[in-house]
Design a protein around this ligand. Structure first.
Ligand code: SF4
Ligand code: SF4
Ligand code: SF4
Ligand code: FES
Length: 701
């Protein structure tokens, strides 16, 4: 045996393999077929189904290939008459144990159990059927759990635990009474399930099936296409099964860093639109809509753009863009606004304060180098500030849950709202809105007190800090000083802490994000690549991409509608709920043009509506939370009635100004992080821009 390698024979073939692998791994790598049911790539094996049995010389009975480590000198057989007979018997027992009536199953034709039965020539069952009376759990709105078809392979249990970190599913009871349960035996729809659908994806039978696509199977095979999810800044990669202009299912195809799950948005919501398509170009007449030709609507918009009020002040034109749009569409509108209209008043509809992020981190091309998704996988402590991860970045919540569940990572949450993840925290700091900066300064003060910082503080400030009492801190931050001291202890003791900063942290300006940066800088928390152990989390699929187009001069939260005369609202099929105030503000704008794929609340306040393509009917560029530039793919063509947004602004520019408006696509490297690398902060201790203002503010309280 050479170091690290073993020599063995499988089916009379001499094989050299890496040490430490299972027989199944080696067979798969060598192209030797071994049937499996409970094995799923990437999940730990448990040897539950016994279908992968193989014979080994010297062993009295066959062993499961999936759980047997290969050893030097082994002589293995995977195909013998005895093994075939054994596997067929195993399949018959599985079929007879529960109610696998294939013609009535939504997975028929796409079921691993059925496929194995055919492959092993199992045309009938020679044992008595048990026909147990088992329940069908239909309590979840998105999928069904039919215990009659469950083969207890535990793929779903392992995926929910290992990948999702939710640990909702488990087995209860023993022997033939064994049942899959959710939590402590509640209906799955009432359990702590986060609706990611990973269990449905890995289930080999019709035991777990998606309600929306239950009857989608058919004789025509779907086409599988790779794309990315525009749902949030994580930008998960996924593959879609598409047939007849319909998406059957979306599955993770190994996210940006090998992550294997999607969240509810990517897995279900993107393909479960509740609202009908906008069928045609239309304009409002009183309370009713009337269908009109596009040219007529463009003419009307051009006429309004020529109005004296807009001619006098072009910034009376505003544009609001969904963060789920490709960068090409966003760029076209921003160019149109800037170069043709003469207004930089555009904003992404993500509720983020991009100006504050820019002020704290610098412009994207020179932004501080921050941690990436890979760095979450070895973090031993998370400090979550101003984010509701389960809702905003569902897959990141999985990273955090996995770390807490599997690596015993510490979790501290600084947010006034109690969310599902709050129950997983070691410490919850319900700091009232607007006081994050002071709370972070207080944590820094306690780190300074404990001698855990590595930056010089001017003696007068140090003295002033020492004079800040616990009571002052409680009054200033709204939480007990002991809790903040404990947060400082947990952060200070962690070796690889990561601070995750959400939208809420910058709502009141850059101070909160600066406070979080102070913590990582003052304690010199860097990744091995020298990045600061902090992630700022853009909300939408292209919130980060839009920042590359320069500062937007519109903040919808502070918009005075009296200063807007005409608004373009470009949202495709982004169905995220709008705050009531946004609609109220738009209601006061003289003329609103909505470019939407489906019916949306904005149509209540719009004067003209243009039908556009959905996310799956267009291709484009997205930039994710770690600056990775990714391409989404067009999965199907849009209906003929749809108007392409880029064509729309080009034609409008022509018909209004006679300008041949040329939109130039953004030229991006594969990752904008490379740009940041040029501005890497030198490693080693030092103050490197620790902003003392937060600490000064604390002493002033
Ligand atoms: S529900 Fe599906 S994945 Fe889960 S144990 Fe049953 S058969 Fe296996
Ligand atoms: S949907 Fe996700 S969280 Fe819910 S049981 Fe399945 S794997 Fe677990
Ligand atoms: S985490 Fe974001 S990108 Fe990933 S599936 Fe969910 S919404 Fe889509
Ligand atoms: S695949 Fe090996 S026991 Fe199931």
């Amino acid at each position: 045996m050479s170091i690290g390698h073993i020599h063995l024979r499988i089916n009379d073939r001499a094989i050299v393999a890496d040490d430490g692998r299972t027989l199944l791994d080696i067979c798969r790598a060598e192209g030797i077929h071994v049937p499996t049911l409970c094995h799923y790539p990437g999940l730990p094996d448990v040897g539950a189904c016994r279908l992968c049995l193989v014979e080994i010389d010297g062993q009295r009975r066959p062993v499961p290939a999936c759980t047997t480590p290969a050893e030097d000198g082994m002589v293995v057989r995977t195909e013998t008459a005895e093994l075939s007979d054994l596997r067929r018997k195993t399949l018959e027992l599985i079929f007879g144990e529960r109610n696998h009536i294939c013609p009535f199953c939504p997975r028929s034709g796409n079921c691993e159990l059925q496929r194995q039965a055919y492959a092993h020539g199992m045309d009938h069952v020679r044992y008595d059927y048990l026909f147990p009376q088992l329940p069908v759990d239909n309590s979840h709105p998105l999928f069904t759990l039919d215990h009659n078809r469950c083969i207890l392979c535990t793929r779903c249990v392992r995926a929910c635990h290992e990948w999702v970190g939710a640990h909702v599913l488990d087995l209860d009871n023993r022997g033939h009474l064994t049942m899959l349960i959710a939590d402590s035996g509640v209906p799955i729809g009432q359990s702590s399930c986060v609706s990611c659908g990973t269990c449905v994806t890995v289930c080999p039978t019709g035991a777990l099936f998606e309600k929306r696509s239950a009857h989608w199977q058919g004789r025509l095979k779907p086409e599988f296409m790779e794309t990315i999810c525009p749902g949030c800044g994580v930008g998960c990669r996924m593959h879609a099964s598409v047939r007849h202009r319909q998406i059957g299912e979306l599955r993770s195809s190994g996210g940006p860093n090998g992550n294997r799950v999607l969240c509810e948005v990517g897995r279900f919501s993107l393909v479960s639109p509740l609202k009908p398509r906008l069928p045609d170009v239309r304009v409002r007449h009183g309370r009713a809509w009337a269908q009109r030709p596009l040219q007529e609507v463009l003419g009307e918009i051009a006429r309004r753009l020529d109005s004296p009020r807009i001619a006098e002040d072009p910034t009376r034109v505003i544009t609001l863009l969904s963060p789920r749009l490709p960068l090409e569409t966003v760029t076209a509108f921003v160019s149109f606004m800037t170069d043709v209209v003469g207004s930089r008043r555009w904003a992404m509809l993500d509720g983020m304060n991009a100006e504050a992020v820019r002020a704290a981190l610098g412009p994207p091309e020179k932004a501080l180098p921050l941690a990436g998704l890979n760095d979450l996988d070895d973090a031993d402590m998370f400090l979550l500030i101003g984010c509701h991860l389960e809702r905003s970045h569902g897959v990141l919540a999985s990273y955090v849950r996995r770390a807490v569940l599997q690596r015993r990572a510490k979790l501290v949450k600084l947010n006034p709202n109690h969310t599902w993840l709050t129950d997983w925290t070691d410490l919850w700091l319900p700091v009232p809105r607007g006081r994050d900066q002071l709370a972070l300064a207080a944590i820094l003060k306690y780190l300074v007190d404990a001698g855990q910082t590595r930056f010089p503080i001017p003696p007068p400030l140090l003295k002033a800090l020492q004079n800040v009492s616990d009571d002052d801190i409680r009054v200033a931050t709204g939480v007990p000083a002991d809790a903040l001291r404990e947060a400082a202890r947990l952060y200070g003791e962690a070796q690889r802490p990561i601070i995750l900063c959400g939208r809420g942290l910058t709502r009141h300006g850059p101070g909160g994000l600066v406070g979080a940066l102070n913590l990582v800088k003052a304690t010199q928390r860097r990744t091995p690549a020298g990045r600061w152990r902090l992630m700022e989390l853009p909300i939408g699929g292209n919130s980060a991409g839009a920042r590359l187009l320069g500062p937007a001069e519109l903040n919808l939260d502070s918009l005075n509608p009296q200063t807007a005369e005409l608004a373009f609202v470009v949202i495709s099929d982004d169905d995220q709920a709008w705050p009531r105030e946004w609609l109220n503000k738009l209601r006061a704008v003289t003329y609103v043009i909505a470019l939407v794929a489906r019916e949306h609340d904005v149509l209540d306040v719009a004067h003209a509506a243009i039908p556009t393509a959905t996310w799956s009917e267009r291709a484009g560029t997205f930039v994710n939370v770690e600056g990775r530039v990714q391409k989404s793919r067009r999965l199907m063509p849009p209906p003929e009635s749809c108007v392409d947004e880029i064509q729309f602004v080009s034609t409008l520019a022509r018909s209004w100004r006679g300008l041949s408006f040329t939109w130039s696509p953004p030229t991006l490297p594969t990752s904008i992080r490379h740009l940041a690398d040029d501005h890497m902060v030198p490693s080693g201790p030092g103050d490197e821009g620790v902003d003392l203002m937060g600490l000064e503010a604390l002493t002033a309280t």
